[in-house]
Design a protein around this ligand. Structure first.
Ligand code: PEP
Length: 249
C-alpha cells in the first residue's frame, strides 16, 4: 500500500544514553505532527529492544538494518533471523543497503533471499537500490537499479511486490553531502514504478542520499517520491522531525 514514509538509518552509531536522549527528543514532537508520514528509526541491532520499549504506543516504529537470509534457527554466526527481529519489535528490515553490497559483498541474489526471509517473518523489507557514480556517468543507472530490483522480485515472486518498500539510494549521494536533484531522483523513481508493473502505483518508493532538513521538501514534492531513507540527518532529532514534516501528507 503506497504511503508516505520517513525512516532513519542510524547505521553503526550510538550508545544507550544517546538512544535515550534522541528518542526523548523525537517523541516529544512526533505526536504533534499534522498528517504525519509513517515514521521509523533503524538502530544498530543491539539497541532494538531498548528502542522498541521506548517507542511502544508512539507513532514511531522500529526497523532492523539487515535480516538473515535463512528462516528458522541454525548455525549462522553473526546473523539475526527475521523471527527474532519481529519478536524484538521490528516492523521493517533494510535489505541491500549499498554499504552491505559494497563493504560486505552482498550479491543481488542474497539481497533477494533476505527480502524473502523478511516477508516470511512479517517484516516489511525496505529494498535499497542505487547506482555508483561510474555507473551513472556511463548512463547505466536504469540497468543497475532494474537488475537489483528484478533480483528481489525473482526471489519474492512478483505477486509479493506490493508488500515491499523500495528505497532509491544513489551510492554517490550517500553520506557525501551530494544529493540527487529532485528531477534526477524523480526520473529514477518513475522508472522503478514503471518496472514494478501493475502494482507500481501502490508501492511506496522513498529516496535516500544526503536528505537534510533543507532539501527534503523539494525532493518529497516530486510525484513519485514518497518520503526518505535518512542516514546522517536522522541522528539529530530536529533534522529528522523537519524531514518528517516535509513528508507529511
Ligand atoms: C543511508 O544510509 O541510507 C543514507 C541515505 O545516508 P545519508 O542520509 O547520510 O546520505
Amino acid at each position: 500500500m503506497r504511503g508516505r514514509l520517513v525512516a532513519g538509518n542510524w547505521k553503526m552509531h550510538g550508545n544507550r544514553a544517546m538512544v535515550r536522549e534522541l528518542l526523548d527528543e523525537i517523541l516529544d514532537q512526533a505526536g504533534q505532527l499534522v498528517s504525519p508520514p509513517a515514521m521509523a528509526v533503524i538502530p544498530p541491532a543491539v539497541f532494538i529492544p531498548q528502542v522498541a520499549e521506548r517507542l511502544a504506543g508512539s507513532p514511531v516504529v522500529v526497523g532492523a538494518q539487515n535480516v538473515c537470509d535463512q528462516e528458522g534457527e541454525g548455525a549462522f554466526t553473526g546473523e539475526i533471523s527475521g523471527a527474532m527481529l519481529r519478536e524484538a519489535g521490528c516492523s521493517y528490515a533494510l535489505v541491500g543497503h549499498s554499504e552491505r553490497r559494497a563493504l560486505y559483498a552482498e550479491s543481488d541474489e542474497l539481497v533477494g533471499q533476505r527480502a524473502v526471509a523478511a516477508l516470511a517473518a512479517g517484516l516489511t523489507p525496505i529494498v535499497c537500490v542505487g547506482e555508483t557514480l561510474d555507473e551513472r556517468d556511463a548512463d547505466r543507472t536504469e540497468d543497475v537499479v532494474d537488475r537489483q530490483l528484478q533480483a528481489v522480485l525473482a526471489a519474492t515472486g512478483a505477486e509479493r511486490a506490493a508488500e515491499l518498500v523500495i528505497a532509491y539510494e544513489p551510492v554517490w549521494a550517500i553520506g557525501t553531502g551530494r544529493t540527487a536533484t529532485p528531477e534526477q531522483a524523480q526520473a529514477v523513481h518513475a522508472f522503478l514504478r514503471g518496472r514494478l508493473g501493475a502494482v507500481g502505483a501502490d508501492i511506496t518508493i522513498v529516496y535516500g542520499g544526503s536528505v537534510k532538513a533543507d532539501n527534503a521538501e523539494a525532493l518529497f514534492g516530486m510525484d513519485d517520491i514518497d518520503g526518505g531513507l535518512i542516514g546522517g540527518a536522522s541522528l539529530k532529532a530536529d533534522q529528522f522531525l523537519t524531514i518528517c514534516r516535509a513528508a507529511a501528507g
